[in-house]
Ligand binder design. Structure first.
Ligand code: ZN
Length: 136
């Protein structure tokens, strides 16, 4: 893993949370993006080398809504940047980690992403992500 690319935080209301985090981090969100396939709207903040990704549900069956129902607003995942996501997924599987995605998929912020199930990481949802070089 190269670095912590971002930390994802589940929020109920993207507008309210964006204002709150702009104050907390003393910087404005630089990008808001919907990921329709996940039923989520994201908002990104730069914090030095890393980012904060706010995630709010856009529909009731969104995985983020399910998370909020269970845990309320809280840290949702840690994302690590990798050079080769397919290779990293292969290695993690070999090591006994349970991947949620069989294949890397397009995520927010022009990334290919895959998730490691929290049951195999001690309760932390882990995202691995790679810059999507094929996109545009
Ligand atoms: Zn993420």
């Amino acid at each position: 893993m190269k670095k912590i690319e971002h930390i994802g935080i589940a929020v109920k209301d993207i507008d309210e949370a964006e204002k709150r985090f702009a104050k907390l981090l003393n910087t404005l969100s630089y990008k808001r993006e919907k990921v329709e396939s996940e039923g989520v709207v994201t908002s990104f903040f730069k914090t030095g080398e890393s980012k904060i990704e706010l995630l709010a549900p856009t529909r009731p069956d969104s995985p983020i809504q399910k998370f909020l129902d269970k845990k309320g607003e809280a840290m949702h995942h840690i994302a690590f940047e990798v050079d080769d996501i397919e290779q990293k997924m292969f290695v993690l599987k070999q090591e006994g980690f349970v991947l949620i995605n069989e294949q890397a998929k397009a995520g927010a912020d022009n990334k290919l992403v895959a998730f490691v199930h929290p049951k195999s990481t001690g309760g932390i949802l882990v995202e691995i992500c790679q810059e999507n070089r094929t996109n545009l």
